[in-house]
Design a protein around this ligand. Structure first.
Ligand code: ADP
Ligand code: TRP
Length: 337
């Protein structure tokens, strides 16, 4: 079983990244082989400054290690250290119908939020398909917003296999029936934790660095406090019952609280008697309880850049080893070797 995932290094990691994706990555590194990467090529659709590109990718590498991704268990690498991804991207582009990309939500959402519509943003699902298909990945742990991209990767893989593999039957992708041949590109499955699939931001929309509504995992104490205290709420008086759907405080508390703590939160929301300020303070405390160890580890790792670089270098070597036999088949199939 091979697990693969990545996060764009286009900003700081936030609670949505953690509960939507990283928490699952940490669990899955103990189950079979895991490859986790820093999607710095993806970040280029929004980051246009070389110094910033470098430092954001370095930051994400340190964040991964601080949060508990373990180079002894998982292969950790930077996307740009694996040139085969760009090569596969092109082979896949050549078989990807425009209509498939025109239907992608993320492109529509991002352009609706004012991000320029360029070819990179449009073809981003093809680059993501290359990231996944290059290693024969079985499962891809992500938040809900990425599920459509994994479906697109499956569609592109099917198209590629159907075009280039004689005897491939799309209804039998692993070639189990007699006479059928398995595809060169394996069909991946999305792995989504339903309870944390969409983490809300402080304004109630999906938490996203593009929307400026994040609570960052590694911001300094004062900044974390400021963000939590500015979570949207309404003017319901302290003594009145409160509607859990009226403020993102409730779903955010749910990410951290134990069952017992949550029962108490439910009770006081129902009965009234606690103001939003109280719940925000509780969220702040739970945040620190959960992340302070990782935050301390991060401060240590910042002084050990050579270790971080070594991890990434070894990771890229391993990732390219995994990719090599698959790329050899792909090149033979398309006729570039
Ligand atoms: P952003 O939207 O902030 O740019 P990314 O697109 O880089 O975040 O997301 C990286 C990973 O974190 C993906 O697997 C994504 O599904 C997950 N993720 C991001 N935001 C959220 C969220 N608000 N809720 C759940 N998962 C999320
Ligand atoms: N597109 C993903 C995001 O914005 C990041 C990503 C790039 C990714 N390539 C991937 C995730 C491959 C999983 C697998 O979060």
């Amino acid at each position: 079983m091979r697990t693969l995932s990545g996060i764009q290094s286009s900003g700081k990691l936030h609670l949505g990244n953690f509960f939507g994706a990283l928490q699952q990555w940490i669990e899955l590194q103990d189950q079979g082989e895991a490859l986790y990467f820093i999607a710095n090529w993806h970040a280029m659709t929004t980051v246009r400054d070389a110094t910033l590109m470098r430092s954001l990718a370095d930051d994400v590498a340190i964040d991964y290690l601080a949060l508990g991704l373990d180079p002894k268990k998982a292969t950790l690498f930077r996307q740009s250290d694996v040139p085969e991804i760009a090569e596969l991207f092109w082979y896949l582009s050549a078989v990807t119908p425009m209509g498939l990309l025109e239907r992608a939500h993320s492109y529509k959402d991002k352009t609706a939020h004012g991000i320029a519509a360029d070819l990179g943003l449009f073809s981003y699902p093809v680059l993501m398909a290359a990231d996944i298909l290059l290693y024969g990945s079985d499962r891809v742990p992500v938040g809900k917003d990425q599920v459509q991209h994994i479906e697109i990767a499956r569609d592109i893989a099917t198209k590629f296999n159907a075009l280039y593999v004689k005897g491939y039957d799309p209804a039998d992708p692993e070639g189990k029936k007699r006479g059928n041949v398995p595809g060169i590109l394996k069909l991946p499955a999305a792995f989504v934790q339903e309870s944390t699939a969409v983490v809300p931001g402080i304004d109630g929309q999906k938490m996203s660095k593009s929307y400026g509504n994040t609570i960052d995992l590694f911001a300094d104490d004062a900044a974390v406090k400021k963000r939590i205290m500015s979570i949207k709420s309404d003017s319901t008086p302290v003594e009145a019952p409160k509607d859990p759907a009226a403020t993102p405080i409730y779903p955010l508390l749910k990410l951290f609280a134990t069952l017992e703590e949550m029962n108490e939160i439910d009770r006081t929301f129902r009965e009234g008697g606690q103001g939003y300020g109280h719940y925000k303070q509780q969220l702040l405390e739970l945040f620190h309880k959960r992340f302070d160890a990782a935050r301390a580890k991060r401060r240590e790792l910042e002084h050990d850049r050579s270790y971080v670089n070594e991890v990434l270098k070894a990771g890229a070597t391993r990732a390219r080893e995994v990719a090599a036999p698959i790329m050899a088949q792909v090149r033979r199939a398309v006729g570039t070797s």
